[in-house]
Design a protein around this ligand. Sequence first.
Ligand code: PLP
Length: 406
Amino acid sequence: MSYDVKGIREKFPILSRKIDGKPLIYLDNTATSQTPQSVVDAIVSGYCDTKANVHRGVHTLSQEATELQEESRRRVRDYLGASSVEEIIFTRGTTESINLVASSFGSLFPQDGEIILTVMEHHANIVPWQLLQSRRPDLKIRVVDINDRGELLLDQYRSLFNEHTCMASFCHVSNVLGTVNPVKEMIDYAHSKGVPVLVDGAQAVPHIHVNVAELDCDFYAFSLHKMYGPTGIGVLYGKKEHLLRMPPYQGGGEMIAHVSFEGTTFADLPFKFEAGTPDFVGIGALPKALDFINEIGIENIEEHEQELMEYAEAKMREIPGMRIFGNAPHKSAVISFLVGDIHHYDMGMLLDKLGVEVRTGHHCAQPLMQRLGISGTVRASFAAYNTKDEVDAFIAALHRILPILS
Ligand code: PLP
């Protein structure tokens, strides 16, 4: 069956809008993807038909809302290949998922423990560990470097492990370089040293097949808004053996078994980590995002995005002064670039005038920018609904703006 990009685009109302009278060409999918009507309809239904707080009522609405939320948890479990709903925790996003692990699992780290990160991490996988370190100054953070293509130095990664190493945490796919890291190999190595691993999957789940059982990772974090789902919802997958040992991350309603001023006992998994009212409307709508991906097939989405990226990169390389950051053979649908000494911000501003929405700046990866010796890039990134015509329009827009800026 051929890839029906026209049919896919029709599911996204926003794709027919104009920017300054020009057709919208949305190439900022790494920051957030657009949302199909089916997800929007499910959110509307969550407000119009079933809104009641979850897990709190005996009444019909509350039971329906609770069932929607728990069905979503089962869907995420199945999508990820996790073994139990107890291992699926709803959070506000990748950021909160990683903060949860750093704060809670991190509180169990031994004296003088060492955490291995990589230089290509998003701030969301750096700062939570630094916050932990500010409370536990005995902890050390060690950082894996990259080569010129933007691949992790695996020999260096292996050499950083020692008897103090208590955690490794790295992205599955870089949000700047697009590099798809060999996470299975990295996890296996960490496990051979008895070290648990968190994988930041924010840029992987929307683009490639992910199965936590196959990966055997200890934790896996991602955000729904980057994968055609509602905003403000993330997932933390965690192995039950770890989650059982971990103290709660936040306290409040929902996460308790019994509260008294003499002492409080906590709810079972996964609720122990879900204090307060969640975005149950958004969570209830997320299966529609998974349906959208499943109907096309994640492998087909990946193939389509790869074609777009390769097509775009080939045309971009013809532009004098073009520098593309991230040239790993195994790369996801992200192109970060600069042209000559033109400022990324100026390129982004002018591209916007032509309807092309790209991201500019450090992409929440300042240590990586420092490593690359630049202050930022322009970043074009693709999703299931982008087309070759859009790539042509983007390239044409570059050809129009570069003489102005040079
Ligand atoms: N990790 C990576 C690799 C990302 O690309 C992002 C967002 O761009 C995040 C973490 C943070 O995601 P969120 O803002 O949804 O929590």
